[in-house]
Design a protein around this ligand. Structure first.
Ligand SMILES: N[C@@H](CCC(=O)N[C@@H](CS)C(=O)NCC(=O)O)C(=O)O
Length: 220
């Protein structure tokens, strides 16, 4: 009886929690809800992942941002751990706040918009031309924000090394790089492309990003 991290393998927001849990070898059971739902929907009626559940106390945690925070702090508190949580979570009020800012933007505005653009084209949602046009225009504005930030801040979203802001944002870009950000698209976003390639190669993602081959031509 202990902590359970619920995830679904094709979903984006669980990528970082799952990767952190494995990278830091945390004493947490990772349960794939697509294989065995068990009590998941009784405990979490919205049926969203990632979620954390403590079988012993009944304590539960939802929201990827909160779960990432919990896992990183837990990793730094493990006996004999040399890892300092501020490396990923921020080392001063400004860096902490900026990391939260980028995490939030990635799992909400960016990811939702990216899904609105891509999902109808790969059969995950019914087509809706008007909604699609709005989403494409919005996505372009959001991408410009990332491209500018990564240019200005020399390859990292916050500070001078990889933080949780980069990990969460790169995991949200995964969907785009799989279906949409092809070689033509990549010409316009050199800073995003370099940053993505670097971030997915960091040891935190060893388990997830084994195949980092980029899309040549999108199918829509
Ligand atoms: N606000 C939640 C949203 C969680 C969420 O929407 N998770 C998606 C996976 S990325 C999900 O479980 N979707 C299942 C579904 O839509 O059926 C968070 O940030 O963690």
């Amino acid at each position: 009886m202990g902590l359970i991290l619920y995830y679904a393998p094709n979903m984006i927001r669980p990528i970082v929690p799952l990767s952190l849990s494995r990278y830091f070898k945390l004493d947490i059971e990772c349960k794939d809800i697509s294989k065995e739902e068990g009590n998941f929907s009784k405990i979490f009626p919205l049926k969203l992942t990632p979620t954390l559940y403590d079988e012993t106390s009944g304590w539960r945690l939802t929201e990827a941002i909160a779960i990432n925070n919990f896992l990183i702090k837990t990793a730094s508190e493990q006996p004999d751990s040399n890892f300092k949580s501020d490396t990923l979570l921020g080392w001063c009020i400004k860096s902490e706040s900026e990391i939260l800012r980028w995490e939030s933007m990635a799992v909400s505005d960016f990811l939702n918009c990216e899904i609105d653009v891509i999902a109808p084209n790969i059969g995950l949602r019914p087509p809706d031309e008007k909604k699609q046009d709005i989403a494409v225009a919005r996505l372009s504005k959001i991408l410009d924000i990332y491209e500018t930030q990564l240019h200005m801040n020399k390859g990292f979203l916050v500070g001078d090394h990889v933080t949780l802001a980069d990990l969460v944002t790169a995991s949200c870009f995964y969907f785009g790089f799989k279906f949409y950000f092809d070689s033509e698209w990549r010409k316009d976003y050199p800073n995003i492309v370099n940053w993505y390639n670097q971030t997915v190669k960091t040891p935190y993602f060893n388990d997830f990003f084994k195949d980092t081959k980029l899309l040549e031509k999108r199918e829509f």
